[in-house]
Design a protein around this ligand. Structure first.
Ligand SMILES: C[S@@+](CC[C@H](N)C(=O)[O-])C[C@H]1O[C@@H](n2cnc3c(N)ncnc32)[C@H](O)[C@@H]1O
Length: 433
């Protein structure tokens, strides 16, 4: 019978050693569905804690080893990491954490490492860690150096520290309400607070399909920051709008809920199936197109395109703690070529005077402001349409830094930290000349 700890170690192998996205590794592990809800939650907790705290955990393990473990012993490394996460952060009684780790070690290489696992974890359970000699915060210690250095350069020391500290905690669960629903009524039903932009925020997670009103389809899960790009489109109920790179459809539902005729385009059939399910549940209409958006064109130019481009997603690390462990600096430059092609395609889909919203859930300026600069410098027939707090009252609740001097949106995970943070998004509004 599988147990939470052995599954957690297998998922860590898949994410940390095979580079698989955490959500995929969790969804593909057959035994996850055989666990009872308590053990399933425990598996997720162990894996997420290892990923969020990997810097501190690896340092603690290294302090207890005479020489580093050979690279090929990934399984032993992950058994040690899971055990250390339980001892340092999850308040598991030491005997339980050590015994189960030793049991797991027995089935690897005929138990050759069980003595080592026992000795290391007993020591970690017994001794408090040596005081850190550097002045780094916990967030900084758990951030890969290349990311920390680039965020320090881009955002300054203090903000970089706040960003990394925000990544230590799981994100709250945010909900976007349909315009047909009454916010006060649904805040009560969903045990949520109403955020300044109108999203609802629950402190506790749980099974979304069991929340009040799931079948009524008057709300959907969407981070408060992710709901902002669609709100940057000016109201126009008759508009023809294309949601480019639309799946799984958070922004499609926002647009369809406001009334325009929406066409949702995405290249991934699997993700479009999720979008279809979301539209069916919420009863919102949209035409769905499975196509490569760099090639596809609408029959006639439309009033607006919302392009939520694929990116490194470094703005969503609170929700996806595997991202810093799987990404490399080269991924940032690799993402920009497709972003440029998608932006140009979006420009070509819009009528003169129409609007293009470009959004990415990345903290990296190469994927955000630099893409807009490059588009404008290339002579594309568009002009930046700057946003201000005056024409967008919902911005009132946002951190002042969330609107850049150029009039683009730049949210960070540390914004609204007292309320539980928000995803890091960049978005710009352009007008076709
Ligand atoms: C950031 S996600 C979109 C999230 C979505 N807008 C939402 O709010 O739920 C990026 C999407 O781009 C899609 N994508 C990537 N390359 C594409 C392409 N060449 N054409 C169309 N869609 C593409 C991916 O399948 C993915 O669903």
């Amino acid at each position: 019978m599988p147990d939470a700890r052995s599954i957690a170690c297998q998922i860590l192998d898949a994410v940390l050693d095979d580079g698989k996205p955490l959500d995929t590794a969790l969804a593909e592990h057959r035994a996850m569905s055989q666990l009872d809800p308590h053990d399933r939650a425990q598996t997720r907790r162990i894996v997420a804690t290892v990923l969020r705290r990997l810097g501190e955990i690896d340092r603690r393990i290294a302090d207890c080893l005479d020489r580093p473990l050979a690279g090929r012993h990934a399984r032993v490394r992950n058994i040690l990491r899971a055990g250390t996460a339980e001892l340092m952060f999850l308040e598991t009684p030491p005997h339980a954490a050590v015994d189960s780790a030793v049991r797991l070690a027995k089935s690897y290489r005929r138990g050759a490492f069980k003595g080592l696992v026992n000795a290391v974890l007993r020591r970690i359970g017994r001794e408090s860690p040596a005081a850190a000699e550097d002045e780094e915060s916990a967030g900084e210690r758990n951030t890969p150096n290349w990311l920390l250095q680039r965020w320090r350069e881009i955002y300054g020391e203090q903000t970089a520290r706040a960003i990394t500290d925000a990544h230590l905690n799981e994100a709250p669960l945010d909900i976007t309400l349909s315009a047909r629903a009454d916010p006060a009524e649904w805040a009560g039903k969903l045990d949520a607070e109403i955020l300044p932009g109108g999203s609802l925020r629950r402190r506790t997670g749980g099974r979304v399909s069991e929340f009040a009103g799931f079948d009524d389809g008057l709300w959907w899960v969407q981070d408060a920051a992710a709901s902002l790009p669609a709100k940057m489109l000016r109201d126009d109920a008759d508009a023809q709008v294309i949601d480019l790179c639309a799946a799984p459809g958070g922004k499609t539902m926002q647009l369809a809920d406001r009334g325009p005729n929406v066409t949702a385009v995405d290249i991934s059939n699997g993700r479009l199936a999720q979008l279809q399910e979301n539209l069916a549940r919420t009863g919102l209409p949209a035409e769905i197109v499975g196509a490569d958006a760099t090639q596809w064109r609408p029959a006639d130019p439309v009033d607006a395109v919302l392009l939520d481009a694929p990116c490194t997603a470094t703005g969503t690390i609170r929700r996806h703690p595997d991202i810093p462990r799987r990404r490399h600096e080269a991924d940032i430059t690799n993402a920009t070529a497709l972003q440029d092609r998608l932006l140009l395609a979006a420009v070509n889909m819009v009528r003169p005077g129409g609007t293009i919203i470009y959004a990415v859930c990345s903290l990296e300026p190469e994927e955000g402001t630099s893409r807009i600069d490059a588009l404008l410098a290339s002579g594309a027939p568009v002009t930046l349409d700057p946003m201000s707090r005056d024409d967008w009252p919902e911005l009132d609740g946002l951190d002042p830094a969330a609107i850049t001097p150029a009039g683009t949106l730049r949210t960070l995970p540390c914004h609204w930290s007292e309320r539980g943070g928000m995803d890091g998004f960049f978005a710009a509004r352009l007008i076709r000349n």
